[in-house]
Design a protein around this ligand. Structure first.
Ligand SMILES: Cc1cc2nc3c(=O)[nH]c(=O)nc-3n(C[C@H](O)[C@H](O)[C@H](O)COP(=O)(O)OP(=O)(O)OC[C@H]3O[C@@H](n4cnc5c(N)ncnc54)[C@H](O)[C@@H]3O)c2cc1C
Length: 483
């Protein structure tokens, strides 16, 4: 399936259009190389604002511009949509699939920035009842589930059922969990107040729970404590040392520190606890012997390459580098570093000349609610960090996220939406479609049907094909990328 590279000049393949992939591609804008960026989504997703899509503050298009439009003026770069399912380090090819089409893309240098997914710590069946918060689909599905729960509660006369429908549980008290819990509370307390006739949305319970003993552990005890108190003031129930041991359509079972268990009845749950790096890391481990950490991240060399393959870089949430957190800046700086290494080699430098990747920590932030955030910024030349919380941290969060949002129009639209959401407490993005809410179930059912049909066809072929003759295995057309 492989072929020698047909490119006249060096061909750089990038997997992923997130922070790592997009910023690597942009860094190669003027380089004398051909770049192919392959991603399974058509957009560059600004994940830090996903919770605002889920809670109706901004529209999905504002945080997810089309990658090919972002890169349209970059003449040395082409964008392919496809889910990469195979990396062959020996043949130096990447194989991707879009529906039935399989594409094999040869590379000279490869930058892998396929990110990470939600981890359910071995309980993958939880995903059906508690979606994660990693993609646009997740955010729209969650918006549908939140608003759908209010709609159902309005129609119910059964107090127990109403209580279950009006209990929202966010699992995981990291930045995403804190942001989501805060916004669901604000939405029910302010945006939806007075909009129903049979229920009072302000009576909704929002529970934020975590197996860890603290809220926002990476921010330390002081800021984490302040965030917890602020959430509690808004009516969010913060439950710590509480580990989810079971989860179903109607609720979840929580195990306390002392080993006792209790059940919470809740129809709308969201999972923001833990990450698992892209499974592509496992392929690299099998082929190169590189180690993976517990979250499946690739333990890269100091130059972000993998052992024996100086032309293959792993960046962003997929890489495991001491002191580099799984944040946007880690991915941006990693992607740019890999692009710079490739450019240096065009000038005759050898991989042995590469300086190790060094991460510049620009600080961390998390919003809690309207007018409230926590912020931690390293003080240059010291090991200390400047910490603050409240209104100025919140303004800082808004400003910084606006700067990193891709596209002038997106920034402007977001600014307008923020203005109205934060001054009037109204939200413009409260539309929900039936398909958004039920898509996961429908897709699950379709996949099960498809799997069953493939199994039946295989069983039939195995019985009917005479020995020596190859049965039609229905394999999709394979295309070798040639330009
Ligand atoms: C809800 C949320 C909030 C966050 N908030 C913050 C924040 O406030 N500040 C901060 O600094 N960081 C935040 N982060 C973390 C930050 O978004 C990530 O660290 C960053 O996106 C990692 O970039 P990446 O390029 O490694 O991966 P991603 O941005 O996840 O991009 C991965 C890309 O790879 C593609 N892909 C994946 N698998 C394949 C495949 N098999 N084939 C082809 N393409 C594939 C995806 O489609 C995507 O384009 C947040 C993350 C989440 C989920």
């Amino acid at each position: 399936m492989s072929s020698p590279t047909p490119h006249a000049r060096k061909h750089v393949v990038i997997i992923g259009s997130g922070f790592g992939g997009l910023f690597a591609a942009q860094r190669l804008r003027k380089a004398d190389v051909d770049v192919t960026l392959i991603a399974k989504t058509t957009h560059h997703l600004f994940q830090p604002m996903l919770y605002q899509v889920a809670t109706g503050i901004v529209a999905e298009g504002e945080i997810a511009p089309a990658t090919r439009v972002v890169l349209r003026k970059q003449r040395n770069t082409k964008v392919l949509m496809g889910d990469v399912f195979e990396i062959n380090l020996e043949a130096k090819t990447v194989t991707s699939r879009l529906l039935e089409r399989v594409t094999v893309t040869p590379y000279d240098s490869l930058i892998i920035a396929a990110g990470a997914d939600q981890s359910y710590f071995g309980n993958d069946h939880f995903a059906e009842y508690a979606p994660g918060m990693k993609t646009i689909d997740h955010a729209l599905e969650l918006r549908g589930r939140i608003l759908g729960a209010f709609e159902q509660a309005e129609l119910s006369d059964d107090p127990a059922e109403r209580a279950k429908l009006l209990t929202f549980v966010v699992v995981g008290a990291g930045p995403t969990g804190v942001e989501l819990a805060g916004q669901i509370a604000e939405m029910s307390d302010k945006t939806l107040k007075g909009a129903f006739r049979n229920i009072d949305p302000t009576e909704a319970r929002v529970i934020l729970l975590d197996a860890a003993p603290a809220v926002l552990p990476p921010f330390g005890e002081k800021l984490g404590g302040k965030a917890a108190r602020r959430l509690e003031k808004m009516g969010v129930e913060v439950q710590l040392n509480a580990m989810v041991v079971d989860l179903d359509y109607d609720g979840l079972v929580v195990k306390e520190k002392d080993g006792t268990t209790r059940r919470i009845e809740s129809q709308c749950k969201v999972w923001s606890a833990g990450v698992q790096a892209s499974p592509l890391g496992k392929q690299l481990a099998e082929q190169s012997g590189v180690e993976l950490d517990r979250a499946g991240r690739v333990k890269v060399q100091p130059d972000l390459s993998i052992p024996g393959h100086p032309d293959v870089f792993v960046v962003g949430d997929m890489m495991a580098v001491d002191g580099v957190p799984g944040v946007a800046q880690g991915a941006i700086q990693g992607g740019r570093y890999a692009a710079d290494a490739i450019k240096a080699e065009l000038k005759g430098h050898s991989p042995a000349d590469r300086k190790p990747f060094s991460y510049y920590d620009k600080g961390s932030m998390a919003t809690i609610s309207r007018f409230s955030a926590v912020m931690q910024v390293p003080i240059p030349g010291t090991k200390k960090k400047f910490e603050t919380e409240g209104y100025f941290a919140w303004l800082g969060w808004l400003a910084l996220h606006l700067v990193y949002l891709v596209g002038f129009r997106n920034r402007l639209n977001t600014l307008v939406n923020w203005f109205f959401a934060f001054t009037t407490r109204g939200r413009s993005q409260l539309a929900v479609t039936e398909q958004q809410v039920y898509a996961r179930t429908a897709i699950g059912q379709l996949s099960a049907l498809e799997k069953k049909s493939v199994e039946e066809t295989e069983a039939e072929s195995a019985g009917a094909t005479p020995p020596g003759e190859k049965a039609d295995d229905g394999e999709a057309d394979t295309k070798v990328e040639a330009s």
